[in-house]
Design a protein around this ligand. Structure first.
Ligand code: AMP
Ligand code: MG
Length: 330
């Protein structure tokens, strides 16, 4: 496809970045890798440009988009500031896979879906950082997949989902984490985790030294609108099996594809997609979303997926699995 450019993720070609920045400045859309998953970006200060993101993805209008920045000055421009005494901590964490919801200022209704807050993140990847710097504006970017589909870890997956619907796709190789950023907001002395992600709850607690609550809901109203939508799901049926016994039983029925750890794949006698060792949840996370796409392309009508320990990035892994299976368990 002629709207795809390969880029070195460590030393991206300045001319290609300049070309992508021109597209952003004139109101177009550019897909790019980040350390979490691929994002589909547009000028966050241009409502019309942000609308293009919603159209390309088929995203619901009431689901706000994370705004990506390359420095702290940009945060001052579009928010009423970080909570008191947290700037030093954010300077240590960012760039990184943590998103914080802040009171907004000077930013339109489209990327924020009409809320009075904006979600901000500084990505730890040279390609978006240089693109934001060169464009001179913050870039609003949700994951670069069709709405509801698994987030893309490879440029090829972006091409399959959105190939002809975006102006440019920067192919910088696979994303490192394979799950999205952790989304938080501050409430009094506490941190509320709206979405678990690549930045672990344990690290949040340790670094900020406050209580961390995991809650997408308070009194029945979702505070993070995106949490109410069906997400990350393969088209085929997928069920979660939490124990070895349940996995073996579900696989014995036949005509199912097993998705899980290398340890378990050795024990089942059905075809498998190996996510990685149970001892390396980062590897499991990286292979998770691509495995949903592989299930859809396989000849099997359904998949059985293993449950993982909810520690570290495991909490994000299990959150995505539960959403992908719509809560169905073997
Ligand atoms: P995505 O970029 O599609 O991977 O998802 C972004 C997530 O951040 C969604 O769950 C959104 O609902 C959430 N989000 C973005 N902006 C806000 C905001 N201002 N307040 C609360 N949640 C937000
Ligand atoms: Mg998404």
């Amino acid at each position: 496809m002629d709207n795809v450019c390969k880029l070195d993720p460590v030393a991206p070609d300045a001319e290609i970045i300049a070309k992508a920045a021109r597209i952003i400045k004139r109101g177009g859309t550019v897909a790019f890798p980040t350390e979490t998953v691929y994002g589909l970006g547009a000028n966050a200060l241009d409502d019309q440009a942000c609308k293009e993101i919603f159209v390309a993805k088929g995203r619901q209008q009431d689901n706000p988009i994370i705004v990506h920045v390359s420095d702290f000055e940009q945060i001052e421009n579009v928010t009423c500031g970080l909570p008191e005494n947290t700037k030093e901590v954010f300077e240590r964490i960012w760039p990184g896979p943590l998103t914080v919801v802040l009171k907004k200022k000077n930013i339109g209704e489209v990327p924020t879906a009409g809320l009075n807050t904006v979600a901000i993140r500084m990505p730890a990847h040279r390609i978006p950082l240089e693109l934001i710097r060169k464009s001179g504006v913050p870039i609003a970017a949700p994951s670069a997949n069709k709405s509801g589909s698994p987030s893309p870890v490879y440029a090829q997956e972006v091409i399959e989902d959105l190939g002809d619907k975006v102006d440019l796709i920067l192919d910088g190789g696979p994303s490192y984490f394979g799950v999205e950023s952790t989304v938080i907001m501050f409430k009094g002395e506490e941190i509320i985790m709206l979405r678990p992600g690549a930045f672990s709850a344990e690290d949040l607690k340790r670094i900020f030294g406050v209580k961390v609550k995991f809650s997408g809901q308070t009194s029945g109203v979702p505070i993070s609108p995106g949490m109410k939508y069906r997400h990350y799901a393969p088209e085929k049926e997928l069920v979660l099996a939490r124990t070895e016994e349940k996995i073996l039983e579900a696989c014995k029925k036949g005509n199912v594809l097993f998705i899980g750890s290398s340890e378990m794949a050795r024990k089942v006698n059905s075809d498998s997609i190996v996510l990685g060792s149970r001892d390396d949840l980062f590897e499991v996370a990286r292979n998770l979303f691509p495995s949903f796409r592989k299930l859809d392309k396989s000849p099997y009508p359904m998949g059985v997926i293993e449950g993982f320990e909810e520690k570290g990035i495991g909490l994000a892994i299990m959150n995505r699995i539960v959403k992908a299976t719509s809560g169905r368990e073997a």
